[in-house]
Design a binder for this molecule. Structure first.
Ligand code: FBP
Length: 554
């Protein structure tokens, strides 16, 4: 295999563990804390998880290892979207497992949860693992979005576990996958299988976080990657002084990624979906807000700027959500065929006009034709509009252009507006993990094995105190049921881990809100540059601004 110099160097990088895990396996003891209860709906969650509810919070410490000697055969899966550092969770898990007993075995089930259902796996050895140390991507075993959630699937997993003699399963995933890990743990306990289930918190979106989980892995690297490129674009904008750049960044629903990139790069505009929903903003009021910045900057002779748009924004705009719901209804069942049979866009347009309420049609009608067509042509297998495919960066720049045309006519705006569009998503999901993510992920995996060897199940691997240097990090575990509440999903009440949206009274948003009016008018760009892997710690080991603000260290 041809290796880049950085790839070679990263193979040699020794990830930093929390201090209490550094003395070797023989000197890791466990301290049990208080019993836990779920964040809400305690009686209902307790009834659904009779075997795994209410367990104790645990932390590891330096001291004699008292875990029972037992050969461990562990299966691991990667679930959902890629996030930098996933390989290190697996290498950390492998190293702890082999350091405990060289006869222990680690299976990697391929392609996500489906690998476990279809018995598609590899057995890791040193040579295999060493090729993936400190590298980005999930290509070590692949990932997938199959949901592991039905009794029938659990029964298949039980069979697989029996077949391979699995003692534990580690699920590396986001809020949904870890919710399902908790349900699987309960199933395994209820059926006396002896198979433990441990989760690890992953997602670049940053929306798996709560009072116990300070950050999901991958968020640090992905946001640093996007911020590097946004900073480069800002510098280009400030050099050429002729374009407004509309940059969409990933984040399926929550706007944490956009907010962190804004804190890193100080753009003129950053929309936050959660604020849009709270203020019930309309598409035209958002366009007006951006146009105000364009107009003020133009008055200063600055016909350029940068606006960050979160991927999930449109679902937070109340009138847009109503429009989507009406379109889904309008095309339900056989009505899709009727619509598709109409020969021209003009006829389709009339069909839409007759089918929508006047309010929703008014919203539809201000959309650029390309977006209107996208809403009707690109649908998911259930016939629903695929909101994630909507090019919201183009949508908002078009709406701003229209608004500026009106202002030009009214004589208030005299500038030039040339927009360019970007979408940064996949570019950041498989970057070489930053030192933070390399260390954090390796620690999560190592720690997951410690939870297994001490016999815990239904726990999330927890590494906290993350705004401090790694030797001060605290390793332990938290019962997943503690993070759960009941929510209505697909017409049913379900126990789920609550998705963490941007908190409008949280420190990161407040910091942004306190500065954005100045950023909207001035050119206050900051240029974070590329992730640094080697060099002074204050350059290489910095955490996200979101974490620093949440922890009060910035
Ligand atoms: P996870 O929640 O599984 O971590 O994935 C998040 C994400 O990266 C989103 O930001 C994005 O909307 C989505 O995945 C894209 O999914 P896909 O890889 O299936 O296109």
């Amino acid at each position: 295999m041809n290796l880049s110099p950085l790839q070679k160097a990263r193979y040699e990088y020794a990830p930093k563990l929390p201090g209490m895990l550094r003395n070797g396996i023989a000197e890791i003891c466990v301290k049990e804390g208080a019993e836990t209860s779920s964040v809400a709906d305690q009686d209902k969650i307790k009834a659904l998880f009779p075997n795994t509810y209410g367990k104790k919070e645990i932390t590891f410490a330096k001291g004699q290892n008292t875990a029972p000697a037992k050969k461990q055969v562990v299966g691991v899966i990667l679930s959902g979207g890629q996030a930098p550092g996933g390989h290190n969770v697996i290498t950390g898990l492998y190293d702890a497992l082999k350091a405990t007993n060289s006869d222990n075995v680690l299976y990697g089930f391929k392609g996500g949860p489906s690998g476990l259902l279809e018995d598609d796996y590899v057995i890791f050895d040193d040579a295999f693992i060493d090729q993936y140390r400190n590298t980005g991507g999930f290509d070590i075993i692949g990932s997938g979005r199959t949901k592991l959630e039905t009794e029938a699937q659990f029964a298949v997993v039980e069979e697989m576990a029996k077949k391979h003699g699995l003692t534990a399963i580690v699920i590396i995933g986001g809020d949904d996958s870890n919710t399902n890990a908790a349900v699987l743990a309960e199933y395994m306990a209820a059926h006396n299988t002896g198979v433990q289930v441990i989760g690890c918190p992953k997602t670049i979106d940053g929306d798996l976080k709560n009072e116990d989980i300070e950050a999901s892995f991958g968020f640090d690297t992905a946001t640093k990657t996007y911020s590097e490129v946004i900073g480069n674009i800002e510098r280009d904008a400030n050099s050429a002084k002729k374009y407004w750049h509309f940059v969409k960044v990933m984040g399926r629903s929550a706007s944490h990624v956009a907010l962190e990139c804004a804190l890193e790069t100080q753009p003129n505009i950053c929309l936050i979906g959660e604020e849009v929903a709270a203020k019930k903003m309309s598409l035209s009021s958002i366009a007006g807000y951006i146009a105000d910045s364009v107009e003020k900057r133009a008055a200063n002779g600055d016909n350029f700027g940068v606006a960050i748009i979160p991927e999930g924004i449109v679902e937070f705009v109340p009138e847009f959500s109503v429009l989507i719901a009406e379109i889904n209804e309008l095309l339900a069942g056989s009505k899709t065929d009727t619509f598709n049979a109409l020969p021209s866009w003009n006829e389709k347009y009339d069909f839409i006009k007759n089918g929508l309420t006047a309010e929703s049609f008014a919203v539809f009608d201000i959309l650029p034709t390309g977006i209107q067509q996208q809403l009707f042509l690109e649908r998911d297998p259930h016939g629903n509009v695929q909101v994630s495919l909507i090019e919201s960066e183009k949508l908002f720049s078009a709406l701003v252009k229209d608004e500026l045309a009106k202002r030009k006519e009214a004589g208030t705006y005299k500038g030039k507006f040339n927009a360019l569009h970007h979408f940064f998503g996949y570019e950041g999901r498989c970057a070489f993990p930053s030192n933070f993510d390399a260390d954090y992920c390796y620690s999560l995996g190592y720690n997951a094995f410690m939870l297994i060897s001490y016999g815990y199940t239904g726990y999330l691997s927890k590494v906290s105190n993350l705004s401090k240097p790694a030797d001060e990090w605290i390793a332990g575990g938290m019962p997943i049921t503690k993070m759960m509440n009941m929510e209505r999903r697909n017409g049913e009440d379900k126990p789920v881990i609550r998705k963490a949206l941007v908190e409008l009274d949280g420190a990161p948003f407040k910091y942004f809100a306190a500065h954005r009016d100045a950023w909207a008018v001035e050119t206050a760009f900051t240029y974070p540059g590329a992730i640094q892997y080697y060099g002074p710690s204050e350059v290489c080991d910095i955490t996200t601004k979101t974490l620093a603000l949440e922890k009060g260290t910035m």
